[in-house]
Design a protein around this ligand. Structure first.
Ligand code: THU
Length: 132
């Protein structure tokens, strides 16, 4: 799977976003080393704090399925089902990603509907991260 294809999978995942409170729709697509792609979308809640981000949904689906070896992840977001360039993972998601991803693993930030992207990684997004 190409990087652009993973970005298009993230755009597809964002269509399932449940975000009636913020109106900000996020999708993530996580490619595992065995070729399986796990999608995620943000899922909001009337009580606000139970809201979960798209990235964590994708990571937790993979891990709970026994897949911990990640190749790359694509993230897309924007208001009212538009794409804003670019949506970067929140602090909590960065911490979760740092648990499972190498510092160099590609994190693709989708820029538009044809799957153009910027590339970053956890080494850049969460330097000096906490480890036990
Ligand atoms: N959100 C994500 O899904 N991922 C992020 O990394 C940033 C924020 C969601 C949470 C909430 O549903 C909405 O975007 C607005 O914060």
């Amino acid at each position: 799977m190409t990087k652009r294809e993973l970005c298009l999978a993230a755009i597809d995942a964002a269509k399932k976003s449940y975000a009636p409170y913020s109106g900000f729709n996020v999708g993530a697509a996580l490619l595992c080393k065995n070729g399986i792609v796990y999608s995620g979308c943000n899922i909001e809640n009337a009580a606000f704090s139970p809201t979960v981000c798209a990235e964590r949904v994708a990571v937790f689906k993979a891990v709970s399925d026994g897949n911990l070896d990640f190749e790359m992840i694509a993230v897309v977001g924007g208001k009212n089902r538009n794409i804003s360039p670019v949506t970067t993972p929140c602090g909590v998601c960065r911490q979760v990603l740092s648990e499972f991803c190498s510092p160099e693993m590609p994190i693709l930030l989708v820029k538009n509907e044809i799957g153009d992207f910027e590339e970053t990684n956890i080494g850049a997004l969460l330097p000096s991260s906490f480890t036990l």
